[in-house]
Ligand binder design. Structure first.
Ligand code: SAJ
Length: 434
């Protein structure tokens, strides 16, 4: 089972293949991945039912709206709802393809929690008919697709469910196909990125490929479900380890008294060096989470991956301590915290180090804090009631003696020396240097 499966061409699958109109896709989970994928599939001619446990999300989507901010998504959803190729429901329908795109959070002790994937499998099981294909897209610990197989087979003893290594002809297909799109560019990357399609058996990969080759313009690469699960975790761990190196360098630079941005800029002029950018820590629901799934699968072996997570988490603590030193240096002054999102130009606050830092400071210095975040109209719940105020950039600059750049949103990039004259400035992103 370690040999790669055949390519799409070898399987006789043509890119751009359009499905029969009665082909239904059920996308379970209408979040950052599920909703764009559902709307995109609808725009490529599939009849799509997006399923979510939240009535509010279902109502918003059925009204042609979106509950998340993502470039090009509102028009895509609006058009699909108007064309009636997309509907949303709290109930799982009978469909030709089921795509599971629900969250897989971290539980106690950074252990992966796949209960939402398991719940989706339980909801699909009573509806699934022979010939259908179940695809897991949720980032998951290795072995999750096999767990989905187990659940469906327990609940549907009438069906032959595919098993790794089994040659028995199965009634349904089961595959793992990780999403690998960048928040802020999801709609574009869904179409243009290469996709890894991991079948529980080669026949399963072939079946799942029918869905992906209908809209993916990148290459579709075939492998086993277990390899595909590992590939996803490795991609995000690779980035986490590399950002950890940059963050560790920034802390080393603080100790030895050199400018980390100069060091990185000059080191990157070496033809084989490409250091990433330090920041206040690593956020988002992917890179700050997924490496733990790899650690959970091989705790003793995954030493570098675990350490990178620890370094990146520690960077937020280190940043908070540096900000506290500035607050002590100007004991009467207000502080402007620029940005709360987990990265520039998005409204996503999940696992955001900027928010974590602001929250910690709000507990100790609430009434000295001015928060500037163009991607929210309301103060996040974590800061509400702390005394911290959400203000415009202009208002913050008028009042604050200390300015900290936590997120390099485009809305802050025009700031120059005149705007910051006479203030204590801490730029965690190197934005003012660019
Ligand atoms: N960051 C730095 N320094 C850098 C680059 C990023 O501190 O040089 C920080 C960001 O500020 C942010 C965090 O890392 O807090 C993650 O941001 P990101 O842009 O690196 O990645 P995500 O989480 O938005 O998306 C990642 C992508 N994975 C990879 O690039 C390997 C995306 O392709 C995945 O689909 C996504 O995770 C996911 O859903 O898994």
């Amino acid at each position: 089972m370690n040999a790669p499966f055949k390519t799409a061409a070898a399987l006789g699958i043509e890119a751009g293949l359009h499905p029969a109109p009665d082909h239904q896709v059920a996308v379970i989970g209408l979040g950052y991945i599920g909703l764009p994928t559902a709307a995109l599939l609808a725009s490529y001619g599939w009849n799509v039912c997006g399923v979510d446990v939240s009535k509010r999300v279902v109502e918003t989507v059925n009204a042609g709206g979106v509950h998340i901010e993502e470039r090009d998504l509102d028009k895509l959803v609006h058009d699909a709802i108007t064309a009636r190729t997309l509907v949303a429901s709290t109930e799982v329908p009978t469909a030709s393809f089921y795509m599971i795109a629900v969250p897989t959070p971290l539980g106690e002790g950074n252990a992966p929690d796949i209960s939402y994937v398991e719940a989706a499998a339980r909801a699909i099981a009573p509806k699934i008919l022979p010939g259908a294909c179940v695809i897991v897209e949720s980032t998951s610990p290795v072995g999750t697709t096999e767990r989905v197989a187990e659940i469906i087979s327990e609940l549907r003893p009438d069906l032959v469910v595919p098993r790794d290594g089994s040659t028995e002809e199965a009634d349904i297909a089961l595959a793992y196909c990780p999403e690998r799109v960048l928040p802020g560019r999801i709609v574009n990357e869904l179409v243009h990125n290469d996709r890894v399609i991991g079948g529980v058996t080669p026949a399963c990969a072939e079946r799942a490929a029918v869905l992906y080759t209908s809209f993916v313009k990148g290459d579709c690469l075939y492998t086993t479900a277990r390899v595909a699960e590992t590939v996803k975790l490795v991609e995000n761990s690779f980035r986490d380890v590399n950002i950890a190196f940059a963050n560790e360098l920034s802390m080393i630079a603080d100790v030895i008294g050199v400018d980390v941005w100069d060091v990185i800029r000059l080191a990157n002029r070496h033809p084989r060096v490409n250091i990433l950018q330090p920041g206040p820590g690593v956020g988002g629901h992917c890179i700050a989470v997924d490496p733990w799934f790899l650690v959970a699968g091989a705790p003793a072996a995954a030493r570098l991956v675990r350490t990178a997570r620890e370094v990146n988490d520690h960077k937020a603590v280190h940043t908070e301590a540096r900000i506290c030193a500035l607050l002590d240096a100007a004991p009467e002054g207000k502080i402007a915290l620029l940005g709360l999102a987990f990265k520039p130009d998005i409204d996503d606050f999940r696992e955001s180090p900027a928010l974590e830092i602001a929250e910690a400071l709000a507990h100790t210095h609430g009434n000295r804090i001015l928060v500037v975040e163009p991607f929210t109209e309301d103060m996040p719940a974590a800061l509400a009631g702390s005394g911290a105020e959400l203000v415009t950039l202009d208002a913050a600059l008028r009042t604050a003696e200390i300015v900290v750049v936590l997120v390099d949103h485009t809305a802050f990039k025009h700031l120059g020396p005149d705007d910051l004259a006479g203030k204590l400035v801490f730029d965690t992103r190197g934005m003012l240097r660019r």
